[in-house]
Every structure is written in structure tokens, then in C-alpha cells.
Design a binder for this molecule. Structure first.
Ligand code: PLP
Length: 410
């Protein structure tokens, strides 16, 4: 829709929570009052200094923010082009960016007088972050997780239980993330009075996509001042790159720079075994089309009858069948570019990061790095590229070992 370019990308969504034709609030009548109350409370908290002072304090002393912006010298030299910086969100407490958002939502829940937190989780990373913050504040935590995922992600299930959370295996549908999201929404309607639904990415009905983005936008805000510190006052990044599951770490990096036209913005989806008709990938923007899921309109992986498809990725954290509505809008308007990287490319990038920078990355940001590997050599040496290293790889070493044919039982 190039004729319809907004004059600011920063002021979205509109009052109905729409990003162009995407987003919105597709929920049942019973959910509507809850959503509206949440929106009202968030709008109020957003402009309240004491709310942000509490966030800043926890970010600093509990999460470990600011995360470093690290110039990666050997990666830069190896690729022979752009100057590469890594935003080290993998150093956060719980090992990824998820906790930035969970803290915000749980502080909001407490302001609203809620004592019971529910969440959905796929790979388990959002569940672990939610269980962590609930333990920190003594709140009851219930995590819905597809039965298939409960089996596949046993270590994270155990972590959540150690942290005091109840993990509910969901057997409806195919027993994966989409079914867990449906059950969490059902729980919320039934337990309105004391319950808060903590969503893990920039999806769900409005106000969730914008609210989660706002909590994650600390990533890009830090990049702005950290880069100025290292490269000189006013120096902006030339290119930003982040991996996309639902899109929250990417929006967190991008949002600060949406209205800086000189900044090139690239999201990397999971290309799985290759983006083709077999749907063995999770590239919602490249291989999907608009539909409604989880209370919002966005690009989705679906079959001809509109059934949601599961997709495939080597990285459990990227196999969300949709993408946050703001990304769909940035894609349609051309403000951001979306590409994909395959399982094989991500595995190669994973190993390169280990060997050249001494950083074992999660498989999700390995997809972003796979694109950095393609792009950096084509760019001049004074081009500054910032990639979000959004998670660490401890959780993925068994998957990687299997793919590399390494026997972990020795
Ligand atoms: C959950 C997760 C993702 C995917 O979620 P987004 O909302 O797209 O950020 C990516 N990387 C890591 C490390 C994760 O834990």
C-alpha cells in the first residue's frame, strides 16, 4: 500500500488497536469488558512516573539491564563488510528478552489488584519468565502448554514447577501453542475477577501488541544511547536485524527507530527446511496470508480452508503460526523488510558465533545472524549493523548436538 504511507510509524496503532488492516480486537463479548479495563489501566500506567520508576529499578537490579551493546570484532573481520554490533539481551536474567515484557505486565496486574497470573507457552521460555516474576512477587501462576510441547520441553516444564508454577498440559487440537492460547483465553473469561493474562509476544487482541512492544522497546532505546556513546553523538545504526517468532524482540529493537528513515530495518523469519508448498517453515509473511488468530488480524500460516498450520522450525521459539500485527503492517507499508533463514543456515551461524565471538546463541537469534552473514559482506566498512542477540543457547545445545551428530550420552 505505498499510496497510503502514514506520516509516522511511531503513533500506531489507532484507537481500535489497528495497524493498517491488521491488529484490532477480535474477541467474544464476554472478553470485551476485560480487554477494555486492561487498556484503560495500561493507558494510565503508561504515563505514570512511579510505574516506570519501578520498572527501571527491577530492570537494573533484577534483570541486569542495560544489556551491553557489543562490537563483535572477529565476526566483523571474518565477514569483511559492515561493522557488526550485538545487542546482548541473552545476558538478561532467565536468558532472553522475554522478562522485559513479563515484568511490565505483572506490575500492571498488581496495580489492577490481580493475584493470579495465567500465560501460554510454546517452547517454555515465556512460561519460565512468567513463573520467575510470579515467584518474585508471590503470585499464583498457571501456565498453559500444549501436551506435545510438555513432552518436547521437559527441562522448561521442570523449571516452571521449581519456580512454583502450575503447568497445565493442553490436549485439545494438536496440543501445541495455538491450543494453549485458546485455553488461556477461556480460563481468563472464567476467572475474570482475580486473573491477569500475560501474553508472551506482540500478538493477541489490542492493547497487547502495543503494550508488549512498549515494554520491549527498552532494547532499542538502549541501543540509541549506547551507540552514540561508542560511535559519537547522534550516530544512528544503518541496519537493524532481529529474528521473528511472534515478533516481540524485533519490535523491541525496531520501535525506537521507526521514524528514522535512514535506518534500514530487517526481520528474519524461520525458513525451516525451505519456504515452499510443503509448509515446513514458519515464515508467516512470506508464506502466509491475512486471517484472524488470537484476537487479531495478521498474516498467518493457513491452508485453503483457513485452518491454521503448525509450520516447522529447528527453533521451538520461532514456530508461532502467525506474526504480530505491527510487523504485518510494517511489511505491507514497506517500512521494514522481511526475509527468512533456513534451519541449516541457522545451525551454521550458531557455530560461527561460538567460534568467533565466544557466544553460544539461542537458535532463534542464530536465524538473525544467518542473515547478517549474507548481508554484511555486501556493505561498506563504515556501515553499522546492529543485531539483537535475544537469547542464549544453553536450552538448545541438545538440539544442536543431535543435528551435528554429536553423542551427548558419553
Ligand atoms: C521466544 C523467543 C523468541 C521469539 O519470540 P519473539 O516474540 O519473536 O521475540 C525469539 N528468541 C528467543 C530467545 C525467545 O526466547
Amino acid at each position: 500500500m505505498p499510496n497510503d504511507l502514514p506520516n509516522s510509524f511511531f503513533n500506531a496503532p489507532d484507537e481500535q488497536g489497528r495497524f493498517g488492516i491488521h491488529g484490532g480486537r477480535f474477541v467474544s463479548e464476554t472478553l470485551m469488558p476485560l480487554i477494555l479495563e486492561l487498556e484503560e489501566q495500561y493507558e494510565f500506567a503508561k504515563t505514570d512516573d512511579t510505574f516506570w520508576a519501578q520498572m527501571d529499578d527491577l530492570w537494573k537490579h533484577y534483570v541486569g539491564r542495560p544489556s551491553p551493546l557489543y562490537y563483535a570484532p572477529r565476526l566483523t573481520e571474518h565477514l569483511g563488510g559492515a561493522k557488526i554490533y550485538l545487542k546482548r539481551d541473552e545476558l538478561n536474567h532467565t536468558g532472553a528478552h522475554k522478562i522485559n515484557n513479563v515484568l511490565g505486565q505483572i506490575l500492571l496486574a498488581m496495580r489492577m489488584g490481580k493475584t493470579r497470573i495465567i500465560a501460554e507457552t510454546g517452547a517454555g521460555q515465556h512460561g519460565v519468565a512468567t513463573a520467575t516474576v510470579c515467584a518474585r512477587f508471590g503470585l499464583k501462576c498457571v501456565v498453559y502448554m500444549g501436551a506435545t510441547d510438555v513432552e518436547r520441553q521437559a527441562p522448561n516444564v521442570f523449571r516452571m514447577r521449581l519456580l512454583g508454577a502450575e503447568v497445565v498440559p493442553v490436549t485439545s487440537g494438536r496440543g501445541t501453542l495455538k491450543d494453549a492460547m485458546n485455553d488461556a483465553l477461556r480460563d481468563w473469561v472464567t476467572n475474570v475477577r482475580d486473573t491477569f493474562y500475560c501474553i508472551g509476544t506482540v500478538a493477541g487482541p489490542a492493547p497487547y501488541p502495543a503494550m508488549v512492544r512498549d515494554f520491549q522497546s527498552i532494547i532499542g532505546k538502549e541501543v540509541r544511547w549506547q551507540l552514540a556513546e561508542q560511535e559519537g553523538e547522534g550516530r544512528l545504526p544503518d541496519t537493524l536485524i532481529a529474528a521473528i517468532g511472534g515478533g516481540s524482540n524485533a519490535m523491541g529493537l525496531f520501535y525506537e527507530f521507526l521514524d528514522e528513515p535512514s535506518v534500514n530495518i530487517i526481520g528474519v523469519e524461520a525458513g525451516g527446511k525451505g519456504v515452499n508448498d510443503k509448509m515446513e517453515h514458519c515464515a508467516s509473511l512470506t508464506g502466509g496470508r491475512p486471517g484472524v488468530l488470537h484476537g487479531n488480524r495478521t498474516y498467518l500460516l493457513q491452508d485453503e480452508d483457513g485452518q491454521i498450520l503448525e509450520g516447522h522450525s529447528i527453533s521451538a521459539g520461532l514456530d508461532y503460526p502467525g506474526i504480530g500485527p505491527e510487523h504485518s503492517w510494517l511489511h505491507d507499508s514497506g517500512r521494514a523488510t522481511y526475509v527468512n533463514a533456513t534451519d541449516t543456515e541457522a545451525l551454521e551461524a550458531f557455530q560461527l558465533s561460538c567460534r568467533l565471538e565466544g557466544i553460544i546463541p539461542a537458535l532463534e537469534p542464530s536465524h538473525a545472524l544467518a542473515h547478517v552473514i549474507k548481508l554484511a559482506p555486501t556493505l561498506p566498512k563504515d556501515h553499522i549493523l546492529v543485531m539483537n542477540m535475544c537469547g542464549r543457547g544453553d536450552k538448545d545445545i541438545f538440539t544442536v548436538a543431535k543435528h551435528l551428530g554429536f553423542d551427548m550420552k558419553v
